[in-house]
Design a protein around this ligand. Structure first.
Ligand code: PXP
Length: 239
């Protein structure tokens, strides 16, 4: 069975709507873990628009499963990661104007910069995943620069408007996962996944772990975080 890592950024988004100290993503991390998730994910953005440095530090102290830090491959973030030591860093592209991460890291454009970041983080004792589009060239480049893992971007599939687009984008994800498996990379998948779209992944056993945030936190607002996490785990169990 694939694992589930839950991104709690949007708990911090609600906190930042009032610039006070509730709800606390650190408390959310504990609830997510008690509900059976395999890990907690946070994205420390350069503008600190939701998650703050303090959140990452406290999650590091309290999370018993796995803390996954999403971040840009900048020297500031590499320094923070090496100090805090998450269990995995996922390198993502970051633009100030975006609402959320818009695409995978383009290793054709940024191979040297990302390769240096991978090396620095690994020397600091942290395994590294790279968030990439479902494209065989990107998977091969991730392997070439010695990443431990790839996270395959599922957004294009989740946003597909027609059955044809859905099947084409899913095939790209499946082929990328199979190639990454052959290259012995760890394989995560995420972005845009929800309680319906996750069902399409039935039988794609190459995926080690799903990384899901918005849909779980959105459901949690209505039914509670514990149940929202358990509902998703139940669906992943069926895949
Ligand atoms: N994976 C990566 C690399 C992301 O940047 C995000 C969004 O923070 C997610 C997964 C989770 O996406 P969503 O919130 O749409 O489930």
């Amino acid at each position: 069975m694939a694992g589930l890592a839950v991104n709690v950024d949007h708990v911090a988004t609600v906190r930042e709507a009032r610039k006070i100290d509730i709800p606390d993503p650190v408390t959310a991390g504990a609830i997510v873990e008690l509900a059976g998730a395999d890990g907690v994910v946070v994205h420390l953005r350069e503008d600190r628009r939701h998650i703050h440095d303090r959140d990452v530090r406290l999650l590091r102290e309290t999370i018993k499963t796995k803390l996954i830090l999403e971040m840009a491959a900048t020297s500031e973030m590499i320094g923070i990661a090496i100090e805090i030591k998450p269990d995995l860093v996922t390198l993502v592209p970051e633009k100030h104007e975006e609402l959320t991460t818009e695409g995978g890291l383009d290793l054709r454009l940024h191979e040297d910069m990302v390769s240096d970041a991978v090396q620095a983080l690994q020397e600091g004792g942290i395994p590294v995943s790279i968030f990439v589009d479902p494209d065989p060239d990107q998977i091969k480049l991730a392997h070439r620069i010695n990443a431990d893992c790839v996270e395959i971007h599922t957004g294009i599939f989740c946003e597909a408007k027609t059955p044809k687009e859905r099947s084409e984008t899913f095939e790209r994800i499946a082929n990328s996962a199979k190639l990454a498996h052959k290259l012995k990379l760890g394989i995560n998948a995420g972005h845009g996944l929800g309680y319906q779209s996750i069902k399409a992944f039935k039988g794609l056993s190459e995926i080690d772990e799903f990384s899901i945030g918005h849909s779980i936190i959105a459901r949690a607002v209505l039914v509670g975080l514990d149940r929202a996490v358990r509902d998703m785990i139940a669906l992943i169990k069926e895949l």
